[in-house]
Design a protein around this ligand. Sequence first.
Ligand code: ADP
Length: 370
Amino acid sequence: VSGASYGTGKRSLGVRRAVNTKFVPPVRREDEEDNLGSDELMRRCMPYGNSGRSRGGAEDIPYSELMTDERLKNIEPKMVELIMNEIMDSGPAVTWDDIAGLDLAKSTIQEVVVWPMLRPDIFTGLRGPPKGILLFGPPGTGKTMIGKCIACQSGSTFFSISASSLTSKWVGEGEKMVRAMFAVARCHQPAVIFIDEIDSLLSQRSDSEHESSRRIKTEFLVQLDGATTGNEERLLVVGATNRPQELDEAARRRLVKKLYIPLPENKARQQIIEKLMTSQSHSLVPNDIECICQMTDGYSGADMANLCREAALGPIRSINFADIHHISVDQVRPISAGDFMNALHSIKASVSDKDLQMYEDWNKKFGISG
Ligand code: ADP
């Protein structure tokens, strides 16, 4: 990316993103309810796009019946519950239109994974889908959004976990978690298992590797290979990383299609601003937006969202502190181009040129060419 205005606050590859899923310890506390009601559990079993259309999966089976499923035979019930509460995601749906830019990645994903998941009868043999794909690129470019979108658009249940949480949050339980997650996903086919920071799970083995991380990794590879051999299975593993260079050969081989998710181009940055501003009162004219887009070359999608959030605070900052209690909503002035100019001083591009070069190089070597 040329002409980027990089400032302080760059994120380097060595920094991992914070894990933002809410932590529930695998062992229940005494004061907690013994079990969720079966209705609640059933509701959580419902995948995206469940509009009464039966896909022959286990999604409409009550919890009590689900627990008699052969595939959950050796899985502790508390683990199944934990997966359903913490890992199975039934939040708001994501559509392709929500994701700005990335046209090549989006069309490749539709063809390679979404259509085959929708029509497994047509996509057989040579047309069979990969069981694992990798989304790599700078932080904040929409990899998680894409993972969720794949699940929504293919009517699949979405399981989302950050690989680093397997080693850090579920200390001593990571291996069981992996096994349980794949087992529950097999009961909820079609399913998409999204693994963020997959590099921390499948990095090149080092001598210093902790025994427990090694066991988690081995279990994960076993499960991934299981997903590959079972031809009838409609299970897709989507790994995401901003450190692709750390993945070892075993991981690269298993995540067959490797898709580069780059920084948003000018047009995509414009879409992000326009989308975020539709719900706000603002005085931006097309020329202002064009100008902001030119000044944000090198910004990630997340940087753009931060910029808009910061600009949206401009009108609030111009209110007298004493007035904040009684001011009416329509007395808050619209967000202006000046607010964006101010925000540009504090919100800078978070990805460095050096990191971008690394992604480009890795893409040339291992990525799907467009
Ligand atoms: P990643 O998984 O690549 O780190 P996310 O998918 O979590 O990034 O994106 C973080 C946030 O940044 C999103 O919630 C969204 O607000 C914004 N964002 C990033 N990329 C895009 C994009 N291509 N289109 C729209 N919003 C985006």
